[in-house]
Write a protein of this length. Structure first.
Length: 185
């Protein structure tokens, strides 16, 4: 049985960048909720997104892809996304529905993902539809923060687009996971 977390794969630049993204989460909350500096909050969100892109590039380019990174990276993404959605609930009531869908999806993904890891003895990376979901979610959250006077109707439409992407991503991941689980070895 292969060990999933190897000592030499823990302290890599990509993993440190993922950990750095966790440290940015309270900064985003502080800037958005406490200070009300939306532009600075967007700047930190963009920095978080940039470190996500850079850590993936470095991991692939310099052969630093690790099982820990495949786990840490999406957790950092989901934690950041969830916190941004929660920050926006006070302004956009439909965000409450989005956070419920988002949390339910992530709970199921963690449970089923764990089962798949145990079955395969291998951690799989993100899929294109998960990345598309992330891009749409971040883009719409940034628009909602950047334009706080946006009409309620347009905000609700954008939030519904997020919900659709979250649900579609969930269904596609679940489909892929179920294929692995029913496959006979």
């Amino acid at each position: 049985m292969r060990r999933l977390l190897k000592k030499d794969e823990v302290l890599t630049i990509p993993n440190l960048l993922s950990l750095f993204r966790f440290l940015l989460i309270p900064v985003i909350v502080y800037l958005y909720c406490e200070v009300g500096n939306y532009y600075a909050a967007i700047g930190v969100i963009c920095l978080s997104g940039l470190t996500d892109i850079v850590d993936g590039f470095i991991a692939r380019r310099y052969n630093m892809v690790s099982d820990l990174g495949k786990i840490l990276d999406p957790i950092a993404d989901k934690a950041t996304q969830g916190v941004i959605i929660i920050c926006l609930i006070a302004k956009y009531k439909l965000m409450l529905a989005l956070i419920v869908i988002f949390v339910l999806k992530e709970i199921v993904m963690v449970v089923v993902g764990y089962i798949v890891i145990k079955k395969q003895n291998e951690v799989t990376g993100a899929k294109w539809f998960g990345k598309a979901n992330t891009v749409v979610l971040y883009s719409i959250m940034i628009v909602l923060i950047l334009f706080p006077t946006i009409s309620d109707t347009l905000a609700d439409i954008l939030i519904c687009v997020c919900m659709v992407f979250v649900i579609v991503s969930f269904v596609l991941y679940l489909r892929d996971y179920l294929k692995v689980l029913v496959k006979k070895h």
